[in-house]
Design a protein around this ligand. Structure first.
Ligand SMILES: [Zn+2]
Length: 171
């Protein structure tokens, strides 16, 4: 899920829609203005307990293993944040814009603990998705880590669609 300061775009009406039709090229399922302008991001070293740290680190590794330009590195001086805490909201994960950044990703331990049957996979899937937003990916209904209805207990890595979309942003 993303915070929505850009939702005003949806109210700009038919002229914007027609403009989009004539300017083409940008995929409807990427949002280049939201994410990092660089394919290489960093986050601080993870100090959570092993139960959380292991799937969170694996989410970074999942992106680093894709045939794309994107990487998630660990840097003690990184201004970005990846937080796991209990939030009263309904979401599992939330990211703020990385443009201009710094960005913050939040993982909701309350909803994840409540709904996960495979905790490791669920955390990894949620964070791979949030990194997807940082890499300019938007929600989709396709077979994708960005599909909000995916099974988070089983889908834990960027899918072919996601790799193609990322490669359309960071050429
Ligand atoms: Zn999302």
């Amino acid at each position: 899920m993303k915070k929505t300061p850009r939702n005003f775009l949806r109210t700009m009406g038919i002229s914007t829609f027609l403009l989009a039709l004539t300017t083409t090229v940008v995929s409807a399922e990427t949002d280049p203005g939201w994410g990092s302008q660089s394919p290489n991001i960093n986050v601080p070293f993870n100090n959570y307990n092993d139960t959380w740290r292991s799937p969170m680190d694996a989410a970074a590794v999942a992106w680093n293993g894709t045939p794309t330009k994107v990487t998630v590195g660990f840097l003690s001086s990184s201004p970005n944040k990846v937080l796991a805490d209990s939030y009263q909201d309904t979401w599992y994960g939330l990211s703020s814009s990385a443009n201009p950044g710094p960005f913050t990703i939040k993982l909701n331990s309350r909803t994840i603990n409540r709904d996960a049957s495979n905790f490791y996979n669920f955390v990894k899937s949620t964070l791979v998705h949030e990194y997807g937003h940082i890499f300019c990916l938007d929600h989709t209904t396709k077979t994708s880590i960005m599909n909000s209805n995916r099974d988070r207990n089983t889908m834990t890595t960027p899918q072919k669609f996601d790799i193609d979309e990322v490669n359309s942003v960071y050429k």
